[in-house]
Design a protein around this ligand. Structure first.
Ligand code: 4NP
Length: 160
């Protein structure tokens, strides 16, 4: 199994949206038994909570399931348990690299979500917990997840 982990701060807005959208894409491609996806937060304020209402509204609008999803915090084990650790902003990346310590030094499995969207100048997925703009996050997340799936298919699933 190839494993993807999306990481944000609270694990209620951005990374759960990415998890749900990516899982939806996996199901559409028949890859849900081959690629696993999860999300986690660097902070611990919302442990056990379902995604934020703004995220749920967007997912409902697009018919994307978030059933059973609950906020959890990133753990040290997440480093070895995942192949792609995709951080929604620069602070999230710094925080997980600090948690993972020297294991993750220079390791390309930890990267920023916006690295998937180089045509955008910003390196952070804007945090809708503060901006209130969940629509712009959905647009970025949707396209970024498509790119991530292409990348994984190229890197791990190409048959010679
Ligand atoms: P997220 O947004 O990192 O996209 O889940 C946030 C959620 C909660 C908080 C900050 C950001 N908070 O400070 O509680």
């Amino acid at each position: 199994m190839i494993s993807v982990l999306f990481v944000c701060l609270g694990n209620i807005c951005r990374s759960p949206m990415a998890e749900a959208v990516f899982r939806h894409q996996l199901v559409q491609h028949g890859l849900e038994g081959i690629i696993a996806v999860d999300s986690a937060g660097t902070g611990d304020w919302h442990l056990g909570k379902q995604p934020h209402e703004g995220t749920r509204v967007l997912l409902d609008r697009y018919g994307i399931s978030y059933e059973g999803m609950r906020s959890r915090q990133v753990t040290l084990e997440d480093y070895s348990n995942n192949d792609y650790i995709v951080c929604m902003d620069n602070n999230n990346e710094q925080d997980v690299r600090q948690l993972f310590g020297s294991r993750s030094d220079g390791h390309s499995k930890v990267f920023k979500f916006m690295d998937l969207l180089p045509e955008h100048k910003t390196c952070d997925v804007p945090d809708p917990y503060y901006t209130g703009n969940f629509d712009e996050v959905y647009e970025l997340v949707s396209l970024g997840c498509t790119r991530l799936l292409q990348r994984i298919q190229e890197e791990k699933l190409t048959q010679v």
